[in-house]
Design a protein around this ligand. Structure first.
Ligand SMILES: [Zn+2]
Length: 354
């Protein structure tokens, strides 16, 4: 399969881009992050380091250590959502080196920013919800996430066991899929950018630092078995939180899973309308959730304007909503987290039938 092509850009997209550009000019704002975002980044990174130090160097009672490992997983996910994600999109700061630094936070957490940029910025953001291309839709053979994917009998129960599969995401990513991408030089069917010598050194260097910080050092400090239990709990917590937040934006009943025309390899819509049909917001009025997930509950805004920092999404969502209404284009949203979650479960249940 070749990467599909989008239809020519519609007037909706050019009009929307102009309105958003005018918003930033009129308010005299920069679309990148600001002090609010930087202070959030400092709070999250400091909380992560403090939790790590307590767990590794102060050996708390096992019951507190379990809670600490879950908290560490939650903080890893929130650093991913708030710091790494904006940094890798280049929207964290005006300064390139600050974005690079924010992006590199993922390397300390065990994954690799070079691979992430292809998987996420290129593949997922361009070909959202297109089976065989969008790698975020690939949990085969365990889950059937879109109608085009092959049905296996086990999928009848996928709405019951999906959280178990999601919990493995982080560990599988850090210890398996990153290396698969490295070896195959591809994310699914899309080739990764050519790696320079520095990229190879960075890949192996950070993987070694991660093993040192999260395997060798903790085993030396707390012993083999307590480390194993703690690390698995940490990995599973990170995996569940990351997966649920990712999936509520695209794998819900209301989202479309368009496929290109078999002959022309062209999609029905232009890129912007495609994003709106395949992406859904959730719980955008929930301030605590919005703070924690780094605006990933404003996925419509994020998919249309990935180079705008998430701190501006509540404001620009009004403009996007109005423009969609004017043009008669869907704007998908679940008002509450539990409704988005229920829609995801229904989506999985629906795909659990051949
Ligand atoms: Zn993104």
């Amino acid at each position: 399969m070749r990467p599909p092509r989008f239809s020519a850009a519609s007037s909706f997209h050019s009009d929307l881009k102009l309105r958003i550009k005018n918003y930033f000019t009129e308010k005299n704002l920069n679309p990148t992050g600001n002090f609010t975002l930087y202070s959030k980044a400092i709070i999250l990174v400091a909380a992560y380091i403090a939790t790590y130090v307590i767990l590794v160097f102060f050996t708390p009672h096992w019951s507190l250590a379990i809670l600490g490992a879950i908290l560490l997983g939650g903080l890893a996910a929130t650093i991913g959502f708030n710091v790494m994600h904006d940094g890798a999109h280049g929207s964290f700061s005006k300064k390139k080196w600050v974005n690079e630094l924010a992006g590199v936070s993922i390397n300390f957490l065990g994954a690799n920013v070079f691979m992430w940029k292809t998987k996420h910025n290129v593949v997922h953001h361009s070909f959202t919800n297109i089976d065989e291309v969008d790698d975020d839709m690939n949990a085969r053979p365990f889950l059937r996430l879109c109608p085009n994917q092959r049905f296996y009998k086990i999928h009848k129960y996928q709405h019951k066991y999906f959280l178990f599969v999601y919990s493995l995401l982080y560990l599988y990513w850090v210890f398996v899929t990153d290396y698969k991408k490295y070896a195959s030089k591809k994310v699914g069917i899309i080739p990764i950018q050519k790696m320079k010598a520095m990229d190879h050194i960075s890949f192996w260097g950070f993987k070694a630092i991660h093993i040192l910080l999260f395997v060798v050092l903790p085993i030396m400090m707390v012993g083999w078995l307590p480390w194993l239990i703690g690390f698995i709990i940490y990995g599973l917590a990170t995996g569940i939180i990351l997966s649920v937040v990712f999936q509520l934006a695209h794998a819900v009943e209301e989202a479309a899973f368009p496929m290109p025309n078999a002959e022309t390899n062209q999609l029905e819509d232009d890129w912007a309308i495609h994003q709106l049909k395949t992406t859904a917001n959730f719980a955008t009025h929930n301030k605590v959730l919005s703070w924690l997930v780094g605006g990933l509950n404003f996925q419509v805004e994020h998919h249309l304007f990935p180079n705008v920092s998430h701190i501006h999404y509540p404001a620009i969502s009004k403009i996007i909503r109005e423009t969609c209404q004017e043009y008669g284009i869907p704007y998908l949203e679940h008002p509450k987290f539990r409704l988005a979650f229920a829609s995801h479960v229904n989506h999985l249940r629906g795909l659990g039938r051949p």
